[in-house]
Design a protein around this ligand. Structure first.
Ligand SMILES: Cc1cc2nc3c(=O)[nH]c(=O)nc-3n(C[C@H](O)[C@H](O)[C@H](O)COP(=O)(O)OP(=O)(O)OC[C@H]3O[C@@H](n4cnc5c(N)ncnc54)[C@H](O)[C@@H]3O)c2cc1C
Length: 492
């Protein structure tokens, strides 16, 4: 962007930016590494670069550091889930029946109290990390002026210009908000707004059965809110082993959730104090509240990427090299949700670290082939490696081992009636190919499978090793034995 292009604009902030760009203006400071966005990937990259002795600046436009992960995404949704499971007595219902509740009248205030405490703590830890590692923080919205300079505009319209040798764009995503959806922050909400819930609805329609939609739909259903999940596609969670998804779906329907696949939304209306979702089929889904969770888009439109020679796609995503996270402008990197799949806090952090190391010439071993995927629905799902469908697609001779949590002593103690683990094993080498878990503790249990998988281990690891007793981890042994019983014997 040239100063001439900026000049005709009349708003005060742009005028000040124009003045700042006049010849002779010096940048406020020069940094080795400027990180735009303080979410998981930005902060991990910033700390890594600081540990390499670099002068690092993190620019964050939000009120506090932490990004979507801390303020509207991962941590709020997981705190909400934990609060719901505790207050509703969900984990005890296996023993005391479906009507059991630890707290009778659960209010939105109950849910918010724990949320705010957790978030404050997370922000404190982050700020302390930045201070300890000498990472400079600047509050404001960053925008590229040219490939090595950005302007940072504060809420009050003050403009600073900073210069950087290397940059990391870690601006994340925001909820997709189609114009024809009547968002009002009270009855019709997006997934950022739902974490500031003012009252608990009796019924909820969730549009979009992606990971975020499914998580919130099942969390509210665990509070005995009547939930209808509406999805345009005929299936959901297609990247997960189908047998596991079937088990999960059965559990949701069994507790009374309505799930409408293949249901495109024609329009959403507010009528008589209720939201009405009119489907293309003509069916009307009525509820007190509606969560629109159909997609997210990169926050790249205000970065003025053209000024540094970059562009974004129709979903606001930036293209990078999948191994180094370098964009097509050598000194600018991009990581986290703004580069697309898998869009997880866990993977974003690793991407940030890899980008920072690459930027400053630190050789990195290639990232392990497999990473776990966690869906914190109720019940939770976690998966790593190949699904049965993928093994078939690749023509790999395989067998599966299944363990039900109710087969473990720990499962009896916990009163678990549901939950399963499925293991995929190569027939010829006995190598572990994938582990898929639905049920209590799935997102923790998966890491045992991850270690064996990434260390190229076989089925024998689970059979030969002793596991703590009684634990849910014993499911690994049960699933391994189940597969072993059906596998051809290797002649000794
Ligand atoms: C409801 C929900 C639940 C989730 N649950 C999980 C989960 O359980 N596990 C998991 O691993 N992942 C989860 N995720 C995904 C996870 O939150 C994201 O993958 C992660 O936050 C992405 O990190 P990021 O580094 O891309 O930055 P983000 O966390 O997206 O943060 C980007 C930051 O950049 C700032 N920014 C944007 N533009 C500018 C600008 N121009 N100038 C300055 N600052 C700017 C923003 O204010 C923001 O603070 C969830 C997401 C959502 C929405």
């Amino acid at each position: 962007m040239s100063t001439q292009e900026l000049a005709p604009t009349q708003d005060a902030a742009t005028k000040r930016l124009y003045e700042a760009l006049l010849p002779g203006h010096k940048p406020v400071a020069v940094y080795d590494f400027i990180v735009i966005g303080s979410g998981p990937s930005g902060r991990r990259a910033a700390i890594q670069a600081a540990k390499l002795g670099k002068r690092v600046l993190v620019v964050e436009k939000g009120r506090r550091v932490g990004g979507v992960s801390v303020h509207t995404g991962t941590i709020p949704s997981k705190t909400l889930r934990e609060t719901v499971l505790n207050l509703s007595g969900w984990r005890e219902r296996g023993f005391y029946g479906r009507a059991y509740r630890a707290k009778k009248d659960i209010t939105a205030k109950d849910l918010m109290a724990r949320l705010h405490m957790t978030l404050d703590h997370e922000v404190d830890v982050l700020e302390h990390q930045f201070t300890r590692n000498n990472v400079t923080q600047m509050r404001g919205t960053a925008m590229f002026l040219d490939p090595h300079r950005i302007s940072v505009t504060s809420d009050a319209g003050e403009v600073s210009i900073v210069e950087g040798q290397k940059f990391l764009i870690a601006v994340g995503t925001r909820p997709h908000r189609p114009k024809d959806v009547p968002f009002d922050g009270v009855q019709v909400l997006d997934s950022d707004e739902i974490v500031e819930l003012k009252h608990l609805p009796r019924s909820l329609t969730v549009i979009g059965a992606g990971v975020i939609g499914v998580e919130y739909a099942t969390i509210f259903s665990a509070l005995d809110v009547q939930v209808a999940l509406v999805e345009a596609r005929p299936t959901f969670l297609d990247f997960i082993d189908h047998e596991l998804v079937e088990d999960f779906l059965h559990q949701l329907r069994d507790r009374g959730m309505t799930i409408r696949f293949g249901s495109k939304v024609d329009r959403i209306e507010i009528e008589g104090g209720h939201t009405i979702t009119v489907l293309e089929s003509g069916r009307r889904v009525r509820s007190e509240m509606l969560l629109y969770a159909a997609g997210r888009e990169g926050v790249t439109d205000s970065l003025n990427l053209e000024a540094c020679g970059l562009s974004f796609d129709q979903r606001g995503r930036i293209k990078v090299d999948g191994k180094t996270f370098q964009t097509n402008v050598g000194h600018i990197y991009a990581t986290g949700d703004v580069v697309g799949f898998p869009s997880l806090a866990s993977t974003s952090m690793e991407q940030g670290r890899i980008a920072a190391c690459h930027a400053f010439g630190i050789p990195m071993p290639p990232a392990p082939e497999f990473f776990p995927y966690g869906i914190y629905a109720v019940p939770e799902i976690s998966t790593i490696g190949m699904s049965e469908e993928e093994a078939k697609r690749q023509n790999i001779p395989y067998d599966c081992g299944i363990a039900r949590f109710r087969e473990t002593s720990r499962g009896h103690i916990m009163g678990l009636h549901a939950g399963m683990m499925k293991m995929i094993v190569a027939l010829d080498t006995r190598r572990l190919l994938g582990v898929h878990i639905v049920g209590e503790g799935a997102t923790e249990l998966i890491h045992i499978g991850q270690a064996v998988l990434n260390l190229h281990g076989t089925l024998d690891y689970f059979i030969e090793n002793t596991f703590n007793y009684p634990t849910l981890a014993e499911a690994y042994k049960i699933a391994a034995l189940d597969a072993w019983n059906r596998m051809p014997r290797i002649p000794s």
